[in-house]
Structures are given as structure tokens and as C-alpha cells.
Design a protein around this ligand. Structure first.
Ligand SMILES: NC(=O)NCCC[C@H](N)C(=O)O
Length: 307
């Protein structure tokens, strides 16, 4: 085995404080639109419907999640990834962790290794520790861990290579955490933009998600115009997802690269737009799971994409 292909050793902090951290050789990605080969999904074995946001609270009041149905929907979601040849990795579920299915949040993958985030709510903090153990098991090195306030992975949105949009709603990702992560990626030479959002929306990946190179889905009704102008100035075309669909997690889908998308049934406008552009779309019904506050993008973490 030559030096180039030797796996990067597992470590708890790979980040070079002055920047210039070497990208991983076997894991990670350049952007969120290249071909997905490995994904991190949760196991909904211990999923519980809790009042974690305005959205999940509303469903809890009106028609609480049928957990068995949600688990069956998750199985379909997993099968969709597998049908596209994506390798699914799953951490052992823990009964103390009711939201472990939302793998987007407790860590975020980057070209340099995984960032261990700092969950805002006490019932999700254990997910950060479970993520460290799982990355060690997978042999994926950790880039760094957030120590300045809270930071949740749904707020780390890689728009294109070397460019990240960081959501900051205060209740989940605090400004302190956002600025710490921003400083790391600025040192690596990235462009970083902070998006201050209302905590009602929970994370930025509720309203802005990359589809393909220079093509991004955005809920124009709730995304600050400055962010939309910034995307357009980069040459991004926008697919507008209606507000009502967005509130049903309709703008929260996963790009598999190669013009293939896994999207929720709750998003007819987006699905129609994608099909009209020639994308292969696997439409999965995730409505029951989404009553607990997250969607397809929140339930996935890209571990490896190949250019
Ligand atoms: N990235 C995301 O938007 N994740 C959704 C998390 C939902 C979960 N019920 C929570 O409120 O933490």
C-alpha cells in the first residue's frame, strides 16, 4: 500500500489551527452535489415524538406520530438509498436518545473530517458522544469539536466547494458556535456566510438545500432576500419551494449527485420541477416521521461523495 492510499488515522482533532488541513483521502466530499457513495442514517428504534419545535409541537397536539408507521417509512427511505447503490452506515441506537434518527445534527462531515457539534437540547446532547464513538468505529477522523456555545449540523450547509452557509437561529445554533465554526473554515480558505434565521425554522436546511451544481432549492417566502441574491450572484439557479410545502419539510431532501434526488412526497412542486429538468427522483413518504420535526436532509449525513 503506498502512502497516498493509506487510510487517515482516527484522531479526535485533525484540524490545523492555522488552516491548510489536508483533505481526507478515503472519506468526505468536496461539495454536497457530487455522487453519494456512503451515507449516515439513524435507526428509529427509540424514536419519540417530543415538543422540540413549533412544528413538532403542533403535530403533537393535533395528531401525534404513529411510531410504527414512522419506522416503516424510515425503512423505505433506507431502501431508496440502497436502490441507488449508496452504502448506508448506522450507529447502534440507544434508548436514551429519542432523536438519533436526525443524523444531520450531532455531527457534520467536511472534506477534512467530521465536526462534532454541540446540541442545544439536553435530550440530544448524548448524540454527540454516540457520534464520536461511531466515527471511531468507522475509522473516520474528527476534524474538531464545537466548544463555543451550541451548534447543530442542520445549520452547516455546504453550498458549493469551499463555500458554506451557516444558519444561526439562536435557540439551536448560537452565534458563538456559528462564529467558532466560521473561523475554522475561513482559516481553511473557505467563503463563509452566516444566515440569521428565526428560531421558528429550527435550522437553515429547512429552507435552503443544494440540488446540483449551481442549482439550489430555496423557500423564497421565508429565506432572507440577501441570501437569495448571494446565491444568484454565484450563478445559482433557484427552485422555489412553496411555504406550505417547506413547513412540511418539503425543501428538505437529499441530492445523490448524478441528477438523482430522494425527495419527500409532501413536496409536489419540487418533485415536479426536478422531473421536468430530467432528474431521477425517488419519492418517499416521510410525513409521519416529519411530525417529529425533521425531513430527509435532516435524517442523512453524507460520509463520502466521489467527484
Ligand atoms: N436538520 C434538522 O432540521 N433536523 C431536525 C431535527 C428535528 C428534531 N425534532 C429537533 O428538533 O431537534
Amino acid at each position: 500500500m503506498n502512502v497516498q492510499t493509506r487510510p487517515d488515522p482516527f484522531t479526535l482533532r485533525r484540524r490545523n489551527p492555522s488552516g491548510g488541513t489536508a483533505p481526507l483521502t478515503q472519506w468526505g466530499f468536496r461539495n454536497e452535489t457530487d455522487r453519494l457513495t456512503d451515507v449516515l442514517l439513524g435507526d428509529p428504534a427509540y424514536l419519540r415524538h417530543m415538543a422540540t419545535s413549533s412544528l413538532s409541537r403542533k403535530h403533537l397536539r393535533e395528531s401525534p406520530c404513529n411510531i410504527q408507521l414512522a419506522q416503516a417509512q424510515h425503512k423505505e427511505l433506507r431502501a431508496a438509498y440502497e436502490s441507488f447503490g449508496v452504502k448506508v452506515h448506522t450507529a447502534p441506537p440507544e434508548p436514551e436518545l429519542p432523536m438519533q434518527v436526525y443524523t444531520r445534527d450531532s455531527s457534520v462531515m467536511t472534506p477534512y473530517g467530521a465536526v462534532i457539534t454541540a446540541m442545544a437540547n439536553w435530550w440530544r446532547r448524548g448524540e454527540n458522544y454516540a457520534a464520536i464513538r461511531h466515527y471511531e468505529q468507522l475509522g473516520i477522523p474528527i476534524y474538531d469539536m464545537v466548544t463555543a456555545g451550541t451548534f447543530e449540523g442542520g445549520d452547516f450547509n455546504v453550498i458549493e466547494e469551499g463555500c458554506v452557509l451557516i444558519g444561526c437561529g439562536g435557540a439551536r445554533t448560537q452565534e458563538e458556535g456559528a462564529r467558532q465554526v466560521a473561523s475554522w473554515f475561513e482559516a481553511e480558505g473557505w467563503e463563509v456566510r452566516l444566515a440569521f434565521i428565526d428560531e421558528y425554522y429550527v435550522h437553515i436546511d429547512l429552507m435552503v438545500v443544494p440540488v446540483a451544481p449551481k442549482l439550489t432549492a430555496v423557500c423564497l417566502a421565508c429565506t432572507e432576500p440577501g441570501i437569495v441574491d448571494w446565491l444568484k450572484a454565484k450563478g445559482h439557479e433557484i427552485i422555489d419551494v412553496p411555504f406550505q410545502d417547506t413547513m412540511a419539510l418539503g425543501c428538505n431532501f437529499m441530492s445523490l449527485g448524478g441528477e438523482r434526488i430522494i425527495a419527500p412526497k409532501s413536496s409536489p412542486t419540487l418533485v415536479g420541477q426536478l422531473k421536468a429538468r430530467g432528474f431521477e427522483v425517488a419519492v418517499v413518504d416521510t410525513a409521519e416521521i416529519s411530525k417529529t420535526g425533521g425531513g430527509i436532509h435532516c435524517m442523512a449525513q453524507a460520509l463520502r461523495r466521489e467527484p
